[in-house]
Ligand binder design. Structure first.
Ligand code: CP
Length: 307
């Protein structure tokens, strides 16, 4: 991919080579992300941030990434402080912010919003999560975490655990992992299985998937336990959520004596016990930090006119 001015809507917009390029560049960004080196490569550039859904990590790590590279950000963290409350539609809002900025990051509760936004503006649009659709930049930092912590992505056995139906991070990650030589297990309650369309696409790509609701069956052989929150806000029926919440809880006792690492896109509710946090297994805070260098690599590649 030539990244300059490209929209990042789905992880399928990337080839394996593209992903590996961004991961290599992320490594070069790490000293800047850790404030050990300085860069002004995006000086004078502005990132528009339109967050119609709540966020801590994605929004603040994009902001940190832009500022670490000498750029700046504009935007809103919730729609009710924008003119959306006066009845302005998404098209007009996106067009206006497109006039004010060099790229737009958008999060929305409706699947397809980022793609739609990219059709109405001339600046590149980055999908920061669209409903139960995709979260491609989270996937890049997830892959970067595996590479940094385990030294590789190929040959890993990755078990995706929890809400595989509504969890957009696992949708993007499953497609990305399918580009590598990995083994995948999907661990979920029957009601929250990975959507058939995704399983079909993965099978068509020659990836064989082990689907189970028994987390114990994957512990011994897995390298990564990628745990997700049950996405309460996406359940049409709150009673259904009540029945399923707490389906899996990862605690220190469960993972002790395994060789795996525990990852999570966060936020967590109660699916990972706090007693995992300071063990050799818990990598989710390190993972969240890697959002900064990875998003720096992406922003530099998309916005920097010298790329
Ligand atoms: N991982 C993630 O998307 O976190 P936020 O919802 O806090 O952005």
């Amino acid at each position: 991919m030539v990244f300059h001015q490209k929209n990042i809507i789905s992880i399928s917009d990337f080839s394996k080579d593209d992903i590996e390029y961004i991961l290599r560049l992320s490594e070069k960004m790490e000293p800047i992300a850790r404030s050990k080196k300085q860069s002004n490569v995006l000086s004078g550039k502005i990132l528009g941030m339109l967050f119609y859904e709540p966020s801590t990590r994605t929004r603040l790590s994009f902001e940190a990434a832009m500022k670490r590279l000498g750029g700046s950000t504009i935007g809103f963290a919730e729609a009710n402080v924008s003119s959306t409350t006066k009845g302005e539609n998404l098209t007009d809002t996106v067009k206006i912010v497109g006039e004010y900025s060099d790229a737009i990051v958008i999060r929305h509760n409706m699947e397809g919003t980022a793609r739609f936004a990219s059709s109405v503006v001339d600046v590149p649009v980055i999908n920061a999560g669209d409903g139960a659709g995709q979260h491609p930049t989270q996937t890049l930092l997830d892959l970067y975490t595996m590479k940094r912590v385990l030294g590789k992505i190929d040959e890993l056995h990755v078990a995706l655990v929890g809400d595989l139906k509504y969890g957009r991070t696992v949708h993007s990650l499953a497609y990305a992992l399918a580009m590598f030589d990995v083994k995948m297990s999907f661990v979920s309650p029957p009601e929250l299985k990975m959507p058939n369309g995704i399983v079909h696409d993965l099978n068509k790509a020659g990836v064989s998937i082990n689907e189970t609701n028994d987390i114990h069956s994957v512990l011994e052989d897995s390298d990564v336990l990628y745990v997700t929150r049950i996405q309460k806000e996406r359940f049409p029926d709150p009673e259904e959520y009540s029945k399923i919440k707490g389906a899996y809880r990862i605690d220190k006792k469960l993972v002790e004596d395994t060789d795996l690492i525990v990852m999570h896109p966060l936020p967590r509710v109660d699916e990972i016990s706090y007693d995992v946090d300071n063990t050799k297994y818990g990598k989710y805070f390190e993972q969240a930090f890697y959002g900064v260098p990875v998003r720096m690599a992406l922003l530099k590649s998309i916005i920097d006119s010298f790329e």
